[in-house]
Design a protein around this ligand. Structure first.
Ligand code: NAP
Length: 495
């Protein structure tokens, strides 16, 4: 497929990747752009400008990009993809601390009235303000130009407002694309398809039929080189405020009136605003904080968080929360969320645990149905159903549970077809931003409602002096993480 016109009428598209030499760009963004190019999603005349302080020159920059893309994509990379991508790229050395940033970029861009510019700020959020000011001062912010920004958008409500205000000065809300890369994942998008493209789930998708929901994001790695950043944020700000709460919203929201960006995001905001506050009164029963100590994780010995830091720390590397949504659909059905570092396996999964039968004619053999949605390491959706065990027995009918798999990959395997390549989440999001579709990006009121709820939890931790409990690296978090769910009779994590 070849796209000959730019995404915005007759204007030529330009993708300005600020921080084009950084870690995120090399591991995720350039490989995503290469694959979009390979699959024909980029307009033929799209230009890409890489911006960083380093004056490495375009040749060196594209060589590095080639190495990074090859490493990330491997066999799926076609021979002419890199050559095509290289022709689009120019690297420009600009320092956001210098006043001539905007003027120099403008000189590189050419006739800006004929351009449709998408900026991706892959830099520290402390640079969002000066960069947006440079863009605005040089007149490079006018519609349809838009900006993509990455987390962290603040470390609490107050700081997120400062960041959002500084971006809003140059770009209105409709042209501000806040990335939560989980929203670009195929299985996360499939949640919307599963819930709102099928009639079978909706009548059961409520507190009458669902006992509880679990969402786990488990990482095997420790904080590594991100310690400086991480120590300021911890698991609740780094993972729960954004990725976990976004998953919760997609699971719990009401059916939107349309698939349009505001219809979807209006419903997500309502969920966030319905979350019951966690306060000093219930923080001990509704949250668990942990910090990894010495142990063994990801195949390596781990010295422990404080040993890695070299000083004591009150930062949690594990958090578990029992969230309750105060509305008609969900009252009485908790959503347990947990995330942590140095856990025994890398996995992201959602368990929707249905209630037991109101009266079982099969006795205890009839196990309650369960919908398992796995995002990592494999993308898979399966529904556990009860079946009659085949064959004859003297005692009569026996039941067995069977998993009904909705896995795209397995479906292709059984047809003998090659499964589709597993896309990088950023591919979807960059493509949407190029096309001006912001449905899978996070609106400002979503970010702020999420911070508002999380700030309450952090305050409750402070007020009650609740410190992280140590867990050995390579285990599933502290004892308090288990107690959080097992305190509620009959419930346990799906480890
Ligand atoms: P990084 O490796 O430190 O890269 C930062 C980039 O910004 C480099 O290209 C750097 O190049 C450029 N830069 C720094 N200061 C600059 C300045 N004054 N003017 C112009 N360019 C400047 O950071 P990163 O890990 O890629 O992260 C980028 C952003 O994404 C951060 O906000 C981070 O929190 C977020 N993020 C990253 C990841 C990840 O996996 N890495 C994941 C989620 C979110 P020069 O030094 O040559 O200027």
């Amino acid at each position: 497929m070849s796209v000959s016109s730019a995404g915005n009428g007759a204007r030529q598209q330009v993708f300005v990747l600020v921080g084009g030499t950084g870690d995120l760009a090399m591991r995720m963004l350039w490989p995503s752009l290469a694959m979009l190019d390979q699959d024909g999603f980029l307009s033929d005349d799209l230009r890409i400008i890489s911006v960083a302080r380093e004056d490495c020159g375009t040749e060196v920059c594209v060589d590095r990009i080639g190495t990074a893309v090859t490493k990330r994509i491997g066999d799926a990379l076609e021979p002419d993809t890199l050559a095509r991508l290289r022709k689009r790229i120019v690297h420009v050395a600009l320092d956001a601390a210098h006043d001539d940033w905007g003027a120099k970029l403008k000189a590189e861009l050419g006739d800006i009235d004929r351009l449709d510019i998408v900026y991706f700020l892959s830099v520290s959020p402390s640079l969002f303000k000066p960069i947006c000011e440079h863009i605005e001062r040089a007149g490079l912010n006018k519609a349809p130009n838009r900006v993509i920004i990455e987390k962290p958008i603040g470390r609490d409500l107050a700081t997120s407002k400062i960041i959002n205000d500084s971006v809003a000065h140059a770009f209105d809300e409709a042209r501000t694309f806040r990335i939560d890369h989980y929203l670009g994942k195929e299985t996360v998008q499939n949640l919307i398809a599963l819930r709102f493209g099928n009639i079978v789930f909706e009548p059961l998708w409520n507190a009458q039929s669902i006992d509880h929901i679990q969402i786990t994001i488990a990482e095997t790695v420790g904080v590594g080189e991100r310690l400086g950043y991480y120590d300021e944020y911890g698991a609740i700000r780094d993972m729960l405020q954004n990725h976990l709460l976004q998953l919760l919203c997609l699971l719990a929201m009401e059916p939107p009136a349309a698939l349009s960006s505001d219809a979807l995001r209006d419903e997500k905001v309502k969920v966030l605003k319905s979350l019951k506050p966690i306060t000093a009164e219930n923080v001990l029963t509704h949250t668990a904080r942990g910090q990894y100590g010495p142990g063994f994780a990801d195949g390596h010995p781990v010295a422990g968080y404080e040993a890695e830091k070299g000083s004591p720390s009150n930062t949690e590397t594990f958090v578990a929360i029992k969230a309750e949504i105060a509305n008609w659909r969900w009252a009485g059905t908790p959503i347990y969320m947990r995330t942590g570092k140095c856990l025994p396996s890398r996995s992201t999964e959602i368990v929707v645990q249905f209630k037991p039968l109101p009266h079982s004619i099969f006795g205890p053999e009839a196990v309650a149905n369960r919908l398992l949605i796995r995002l990592q390491p494999d993308e898979d959706i399966s529904l556990t159903l009860m079946n009659k065990a085949p064959g004859l027995t003297a005692e009569g009918m026996h039941l067995q549970s069977l998993d009904l798999s909705l896995s795209l990959v397995k479906a292709f395997d059984s047809n003998g077809d090659k499964p589709p390549r597993r896309r990088i989440a950023y591919e979807r999001l960059i493509l949407d931003a190029l096309n001006g579709n912001n449905a899978q990006f996070v609106r400002r009121d979503e970010v702020e409602a999420a911070w508002n709820w999380v700030d309450g939890i952090v305050k409750a931790w402070t007020d009650t002096h609740m410190k992280p409990q140590m867990y050995p690296a390579g285990t599933f978090g502290p004892v308090s993480g288990y107690r959080l769910i097992e305190r509620d009779e009959g419930r346990t994590w799906n480890d």
